[in-house]
Design a protein around this ligand. Structure first.
Ligand SMILES: Cc1ncc(COP(=O)(O)O)c(C=O)c1O
Length: 375
């Protein structure tokens, strides 16, 4: 048999997760006092968090009216694959020469600093652009300071190169809905929106990522920007997502390629980091950190073999890992293994590896081909 590793991406799961995200926005806007429509874009940067940006964009064709990526290269790749949906560049242009490509490919751009404003004002563009003006309301990573926001807004709307301006901010603590910084960021952008909302070029406000959309209804605004939840992963790093109607899209599978008995006191794997406390049965699985399984996952991390859960035993190698299957029944060479997916939440593995589900799925190497199902 070929090396049995597989990474399956369920595109219908992504479609259903998007529909749920979209419904959260629509329902919140219908019940809000102002009744303004709320829209939901799909964040598919970093190859759709490792799930495949082109396949995800195709799956959401006709469902998501706007896609968001990090760079012009990511947008160009989507256009080269005939994706026609509007695209937003979340970090805007990295140099002024990208503005002509923005025009050519019909992109919308974030502007997060004064240099990017000046670049837009200095050019003669073929068509005016839709701008998302990113305001730093407290994350202190990117964005125009609140004290300079009105001036930046006025500068932009006075340019023929600008069709509309959306106010935007990004939250530092949206996974902690009661955090005072989250509430102060929302207030800050809302105050600013009140000051400019009567202007003709004002397009609205964009605040909520996945966590805010799920847990902070008052952050729901003109455009919501969920990413991680579209892939069926909780932004709260919960392992149990049964509380959320999200369907994990990525399943990381392999097979048992060897089985052996080890006596009490014998060790398993590099560094002899795991030692049998009783006569044990060890299954060797064809998956390692070269395939995207985290090397930092500790002994005890759950692995599903032939429908049963067993603990990882010892250090993860580049191409293999070992599992203590002493307690399991019906295990043989060739038994199917789920490393994460619909049964083992990726956030569970992430917790055992001191990281987040975000990181594990996004950094999956291309060594194992993605297999797309339910297109
Ligand atoms: C500006 C911006 N908006 C939205 C998102 C989506 O966030 P999440 O994946 O937590 O939903 C990100 C992700 O990093 C982002 O940088």
């Amino acid at each position: 048999m070929p090396r049995p590793i597989s990474i399956t991406v369920d595109l219908d799961a992504i479609r259903q997760n998007f529909a749920y995200a979209n419904a959260l926005g629509v329902n919140a806007s219908e019940s809000s006092a102002n009744g303004h429509q709320s829209n939901t874009l799909a964040v598919i940067k970093a190859d759709a968090y490792g799930h495949g940006a082109v396949a995800t964009a195709r799956a959401l064709d006709g469902k998501a009216a706007l896609l968001a990526v990090s760079s012009i290269e990511e947008a160009v790749s989507l256009r080269q694959h005939h994706i026609k949906t509007s695209i937003l560049l979340l970090e805007g242009c990295f140099c002024p020469s990208e503005l002509s490509v923005v025009n050519e490919l019909n992109l919308q751009i974030v502007i997060h600093n004064q240099k990017q404003i000046e670049d837009v004002l200095a050019q003669v563009l073929a068509k005016p652009i839709n701008i998302w003006l990113k305001i730093d309301t407290g994350m202190h990573r990117l964005g125009i300071p609140v004290s300079e926001a009105l001036r930046a807004y006025t500068q932009l709307v006075s340019s023929k190169n600008v069709r509309s301006v959306m106010l935007m901010t990004h939250f530092a603590t949206s996974d902690q809905p009661e955090h005072p910084l989250l509430l102060s960021q929302i207030e800050s952008i809302q105050k600013l929106a009140e000051k400019v909302s009567a202007q003709p070029s004002y397009a609205g406000c964009s605040l909520a990522n996945s966590a805010a959309l799920l847990a902070t209804p008052k952050s729901i605004s003109t455009w919501n920007r969920p990413g991680i939840m579209l892939y069926g992963i909780s932004p709260f790093n919960q392992s149990d997502i049964s509380a959320l109607p999200l369907i994990p899209a990525m399943t990381f599978c392999s097979k048992v390629i060897a089985l052996r008995r080890v006596a009490t006191g014998e060790s398993v794997g590099y560094g002899a980091a795991w030692t049998a406390k009783r006569p044990s049965v060890i299954a060797t699985v064809a998956a390692g950190y070269g395939d995207g399984y985290p090397r930092t996952a500790k002994s005890g991390t759950p692995v599903m073999i032939n429908g049963q859960i067993a603990p990882l035993a010892g250090r993860v190698s580049m191409d293999m890992l070992c599992v203590d299957v002493t307690q399991l029944i019906d295990i043989s060479e060739g038994s199917p293994v789920e490393l994460w997916g619909k049964n083992i939440p990726v956030n569970d593995v992430a917790t055992w590896a001191d990281t987040l589900g975000y990181e594990l799925v996004t950094r999956m190497p291309t060594r194992a081909k993605r297999v797309f199902i339910n297109e």
